[in-house]
Ligand binder design. Structure first.
Ligand code: NDP
Length: 335
């Protein structure tokens, strides 16, 4: 088995950003890009917030990044990593779904996270046509419109607050009668005169042929706070904020520390969480590196780490920064 200098796991913006940097530093990176490759951006339509590109379709942007990485010599394998063995930092091992095995001196994990969806047919059909999982990305398209956000966590609060900058009215549809979001985020929402919460409410169907025209609601049997006439709410957009699943299942049982939701804890992220009182864990990081995981030689970036910003540009930037740490780490190894 040939030992690679660096293997990047993940073929979305973060992994591709990293690949471009590592390739231009002559590290000959190998990207295990996933099957299907490309990440969350491939599920969006118009992207208008990637600097230097006024408007582009998500899948096209990812393809351009991949072509860019290929141009500088990045090699790709479109498969998923199934198992890892990072117990020996000098010989970091991966096994793919195909059964092929690889080893490397350093690994950069950039496998992203997948937004959770309700899983109903009408939602899938209207995704990118009024159904979205990112207000920062798509809020702009709903100027002076009426929109709804589903969820009761911090993301739903943030999405709703973001949407008030564009929409004339924002409903939050939450299945319970209280939010799980932090008090400060709830207050921001409750103080807004553009936001109305419909408690004890679930979406049974998204209405509209080619674009969202409304939602058909169902109500929890014990719903007491919400009074809506009928079960149809007219909206132009529907934003899902019911959580994300980081794509880190293949790391379960490894020496890469994950938080309770499965996000990878990196050194810099841990320092921030500690300062914020968000973690009481005592982890032993080598603080020489900002994007290090708890497994020596293994770094991580993008939405598999970041449960807050989740933007194409932030993932790409983190990937680039982490790739520079990989470069520094490899240089230190050879000293
Ligand atoms: P959460 O898991 O915290 O919340 C998801 C919400 O969606 C819950 O209210 C849940 O309902 C609801 N939900 C889940 N499934 C469904 C469904 N099928 N139908 C309807 N509703 C559903 O996810 P978040 O993305 O909000 O937050 C994830 C983590 O990221 C949290 O730890 C959060 O604190 C953190 N975060 C921090 C931010 C910050 O610090 N600025 C910003 C954003 C997130 P129920 O309440 O019934 O379980």
């Amino acid at each position: 088995m040939q030992k690679e200098k660096v293997i990047i796991i993940g073929g979305g913006p973060s992994g591709l950003g990293a690949a471009i940097y590592n390739a231009r530093a002559f590290l000959n990176p190998l990207v295990i890009a996933g099957a299907p490759p490309g990440g969350q951006l491939t599920l969006t339509s118009e992207v208008e917030n990637y600097p230097g590109i006024t408007s582009i379709l998500g899948p096209e942007l990812v393809q351009q990044m991949r072509d860019h990485a290929t141009h500088f010599g990045t090699r790709f394998v479109d498969d998923n990593v199934k198992e890892v063995d990072f117990s020996d930092p000098k010989n970091l091992k991966l096994k793919l779904s195909s059964g092929d095995e690889y080893s490397a001196e350093s690994i950069l994990i950039a496998t992203g996270a997948s937004a959770k969806w309700l899983g109903i047919e009408s939602e899938t059909r209207l995704r990118g046509r009024g159904v979205s999982a990112c207000a920062t990305c798509d809020g702009f398209f709903f100027k002076d419109k009426v929109v709804a956000v589903i969820g009761g966590g911090d993301t739903a609060m943030e999405e709703a607050a973001t949407l008030t900058r564009f929409a004339k009215k924002v409903f939050i549809l939450h299945r319970k009668e209280e939010f799980k979001a932090s008090q400060i985020m709830q207050k921001r929402v409750m103080d807004s005169d553009k936001i109305e919460v419909l408690w004890g409410t679930e979406v049974a169907e998204v209405l509209g042929e080619n674009k969202v025209e409304g939602v058909k609601l169902s109500f929890a049997t014990n719903a007491s706070k919400t009074k809506v006439d009928g079960d149809v709410l007219a909206v132009d957009g529907l934003f899902l904020a019911i959580g994300h699943n980081p794509n880190t299942q293949f790391l379960t049982g490894s020496n890469v520390e994950l938080n309770e939701k499965g996000y990878i804890t990196t050194s810099a992220w841990y320092a921030w969480e500690k300062a914020q009182g968000k973690t009481t864990k005592q982890l032993d990081f080598d603080m020489s590196w900002q994007y290090a995981t708890t497994a020596r030689g293994v770094f991580a970036a993008g939405d598999c780490v970041d449960y807050i910003f989740r933007q194409g540009i932030t993932a790409t930037g983190m990937g680039a920064a982490a790739s520079l740490e990989v470069e520094r780490y490899l240089a230190a190894l050879s000293e």
